[in-house]
Write a protein that binds this ligand. Structure first.
Ligand code: M6R
Length: 598
């Protein structure tokens, strides 16, 4: 999805352009199809291009010829195709103001018609372009920049994070509603971004803007105000992500780096939360909660698979629980009351569908909890409670380490909420990072992936706790290989999907030795009889070897944690197939890291 960077340095600074382009490169992972920057000096210099950031860099002037205030944008097309004209920033007729915007303005058509009737000329098909023209119209009436910006924002309906820079002014104006914006406080200037990694090279001190807030950023100050213009005191927070976390650390791609970071991510997730003395768990955010009457878990994509896992865990521990795709969560038709806990699982904390589901839950008075990776994200601020999964920044579009950390955090939440003894589970959680490391050290996924890279399709099966792992294995594979991949609860195979199984469709079976082992053996035989190559992901290699073409081993652990180990193998399989096929693994086509539109 779109990304915003803004910067105001001291009047003599000569690195604004460098900071903006560096910020844009840090935002690339979110997904985009055009980029642009605007710098204020005696006039307003705007550069924008469809395509990769390198296309923009080709047309930028010498880095040292810029002014001290500027904004930049990576656009992921919604209104109008990816063209130079539709790329942000957009300007007014006289080029006095340049604007970048994330989100969707729902009433733009009507505003555009009014502005056109008043003589404003538009250059693009975007909803965003109405904003500079609204500002221009207000400036013509009043002449005050801040009031003009505020007026334009109050005219908008929909979701937005907006930043504007004016000709001849060393300042950036910003506002947000339902789309994230964070201010970075540096030694030599102030930053603005939709996402912290954009300026993490320069500062870790941040101020999160809330919905309805405005910011005026100058080289030596920020002023944050509410909708009515009253100043707002905002706490400065220090993020615990480092630039090392956002680099590739010697790996060819972020996704591979993040797969290999899982032991560390899990250690951080567990740190200080396991009480080995009495074999209990303490997740501070939920410690004082009564066992809920029922739990709804809402999420999208990979996080939805984590939610399926969580709902099973909660049910296993005696709490009626259901996972919902956030986009299908409808409080008018689903039984929900004030004794319901609604858990939103979202790595980014900014997924529009998940936020909407949580807002609906808040509206009807349910208790809400977010499980997220991003401190200060919208989900974290809009729920009653928040549990951080502490996986560190995830740059690859495909979720990997955050999925593992979500499962672990949800496992700890389930133990804390139900307050039943769970000593063996806790002990298994404690050793999990080492077990993940051993899978990474010994995996044969690369050679198996290479052997099956030209298959027609891939199927993934599992039962019980491993059914979400099968779904996740398939999602990862389709996302980064662009090949057909489906995950099934193994029992469902013979109710339709078996018709698709051939000798050209490898089947990955997650088959640890648990209560479902014999049934899984039956399912493996079903696909074997259709000549499908079988790759078993198992902790019972000796028993499974005679049935499978290949075995991807996982160590034995608590049955509830096997899917985390199996998933590491499946992540590696999808990665190496995609690598063999030469795909754009970190930024798969058509996808964005953070899906901030419904
Ligand atoms: O940030 P979230 O966890 O809310 O994101 C939800 C999905 O968009 C996300 O998990 C998506 O499915 C991943 N790209 C899958 O790898």
């Amino acid at each position: 999805m779109c990304g915003i960077i803004g910067y105001v340095g001291s009047p003599t600074s000569d690195n604004t352009l460098e900071i903006l382009t560096d910020g844009l490169s840090r935002l690339e992972y979110r997904g985009y199809d055009s980029t642009g920057v605007a710098i204020s000096n005696s006039s307003l210099d705007v550069y924008k291009r469809r395509g990769e950031l390198t296309e923009l860099e080709d047309v930028l002037p010498d880095q040292s010829t810029n002014g001290s205030a500027g904004i930049g944008h990576t656009r992921w097309s919604t209104h109008g195709p990816p063209t130079d004209e539709n790329a942000h920033p957009h300007t007014d007729c006289n080029e006095t103001v340049a604007v970048v915007h994330n989100g969707i303005i729902e009433n733009y058509q009507q505003l555009r018609e009014t502005l056109e009737a008043d003589g404003h000329e538009f250059d693009s098909e975007t909803d965003t372009e109405i904003i500079p023209h609204l500002i221009e119209a207000a400036l013509e009436r009043d002449g005050d920049i801040e009031r003009a910006f505020r007026y334009a924002i109050t005219m908008l309906e929909g979701s937005y994070a907006v930043a504007a820079v004016f000709s001849g002014r060393d300042e950036v104006y910003a506002a947000r509603n339902q789309s994230p914006l964070v201010v970075g406080i540096g030694d030599d200037g102030y930053f603005l971004a939709s996402d912290i990694p954009a300026f993490l090279d320069y500062t870790e001190d941040v101020v999160y803007l809330e919905n309805g807030q405005f910011a005026a950023i100058r080289s030596d100050s920020i002023q944050i105000s509410d909708e009515r213009g009253a100043p707002v005191e905002t706490p400065v927070e220090t993020v615990d992500w480092s630039t090392e976390d956002t680099g590739k650390s010697g790996h060819e791609r972020y996704m591979l780096k993040e797969i290999y970071e899982q032991p560390r991510a899990l250690r951080k997730c567990l740190q200080g939360r396991l009480r080995e003395s009495d074999g209990s768990v303490s997740i501070e955010a939920v410690e004082d909660m009564e066992k809920p009457k029922q739990i709804h878990v809402v999420a999208c994509g990979t996080s939805y698979h984590a939610s399926l896992y969580a709902a099973r865990l909660f049910r296993d521990r005696g709490v009626p629980s259901t996972a919902f795709m956030a986009s299908e969560y409808d409080v008018d038709t689903i039984p929900i009351d004030t004794e319901t806990l609604v858990v939103g699982v979202t790595q980014s904390g900014e997924t529009a569908d998940t936020l909407e589901a949580l807002r609906e839950a808040n509206r009807v008075g349910a208790e809400t909890l977010s499980v997220t990776n991003v401190t200060g994200s919208s989900a974290s601020r809009e729920t009653d409670r928040v549990v951080y999964i502490r996986a560190g920044p995830e740059i690859g579009v495909a979720a990997t380490k955050t999925f593992a950390a979500q499962l672990v955090a949800l496992a700890m939440i389930s133990i804390t909420l139900t307050n039943d003894s769970a000593a063996t589970f806790v002990e298994a959680l404690r050793t999990l990072p080492e077990l993940v490391q051993s899978v990474l050290d010994r995996s044969r996924a690369k050679e198996i992936a290479t052997e099956y890279a030209d298959s027609d399709a891939y199927f993934f099966i599992g039962r019980g706790y491993n059914a979400p792992a099968a779904l996740e294995g398939a999602l990862k594979t389709k996302e980064i290989t662009y090949k057909h991949a489906e995950g099934f609860s193994a029992g469902e195979l013979k109710h339709g999907p078996l018709a698709l199984v051939t000798d050209k469709t490898p089947v990955f079976a997650v088959i640890p030795r648990d209560g479902n082992f014999e049934k899984m053996v039956g399912n493996v035989k079903e696909v074997e009889a259709r000549e499908a190559p079988v790759i078993a992901v198992t902790d019972a290699a000796e028993a499974v070897e005679p049935l499978a073409d290949h075995v991807l081993r996982i160590p034995q652990t608590d049955r509830r944690l096997a899917p985390i180990l199996a998933n590491v193998q499946l992540q590696l399989v999808s990665y190496w197939i995609a690598n063999e096929l030469g795909r754009s693994i970190d930024k798969p086509r058509n996808l964005a890291k953070s899906v901030t539109v419904k």
